[in-house]
Design a binder for this molecule. Structure first.
Ligand code: DGI
Ligand code: FE
Ligand code: FE
Length: 190
């Protein structure tokens, strides 16, 4: 089965996601496609991955642990303790099941869109950054600088986002996912 078209997926998501989340998904898709143009990544893959990265958010967070267990998705303890993190892995599951997306690079860009990971592919970097800088985001600090850097130097942009994210999670006293910390160390300039 071929993957559904962008138009078919938009129609599907518009019915399942809350309006704000649907709008965020469209924005991440457009920004990801723009970054793909800038850096010579596959524009269609970026557009598709951006559109569907949060597709699991159609489901309530209090069901994520059970859903993952039912689908045979392995979870880390930090994910069981902070179930909102699980939408990334569930997103890849639903991308396959509902949209027939089989491309491993697209699926990995969904799985790692919340934490990143050391040694990300170009597409993974693009989705991670697009999720953070899309136009409707406004809460993070120095967003203007981060947005400008996204189109200048991807790895430096990752460095900025990861250090701001780790600082934010620390200040809010959230448990920091060890994978987020590893990613931060990997992309931070010593
Ligand atoms: O799904 P989005 O809201 O577009 O953004 P996201 O996938 O980057 O993050 C989803 C949620 O996960 C958001 O509420 C922040 C949270 N999060 C990201 N990294 C960590 C985290 N929460 C904890 N506890 N620890 C993390 O390392
Ligand atoms: Fe997300
Ligand atoms: Fe998102």
């Amino acid at each position: 089965m071929n993957a559904l078209s962008i138009t078919e997926i938009k129609s599907f998501l518009s019915k399942g996601l809350k309006e704000e989340r649907f709008y965020h998904s469209l924005s991440v898709s457009a920004v990801a496609a723009s970054l793909a143009m800038r850096y010579g990544a596959d524009i269609q893959k970026a557009e598709l991955a951006g559109l569907i990265h949060d597709c699991a958010k159609a489901y309530p967070v209090d069901q994520y642990v059970k859903m993952a267990q039912d689908f045979g998705i392995s979870l880390e303890q930090v994910e069981i303790d902070n179930p909102q993190l699980i939408h990334a892995k569930l997103g890849a599951y639903y991308a396959k099941k509902d949209f027939f997306v089989e491309d491993a690079e697209i699926l990995n860009s969904i799985i790692y869109h919340t934490t990143g990971r050391p040694g990300m592919t170009l597409l993974e970097k693009i989705i991670y950054i697009a999720d953070y800088i899309e136009p409707a985001r406004y809460k993070a600090k120095r967003l203007d600088d981060v947005r400008r850097m996204a189109f200048k130097d991807l790895d430096e942009c990752l460095n900025m986002i990861l250090s701001d994210t780790v600082e934010h999670l620390y200040e809010k006293k959230y448990v920091i996912n060890p994978l987020t910390l590893e990613t931060f160390k990997y992309y931070s300039k010593a």
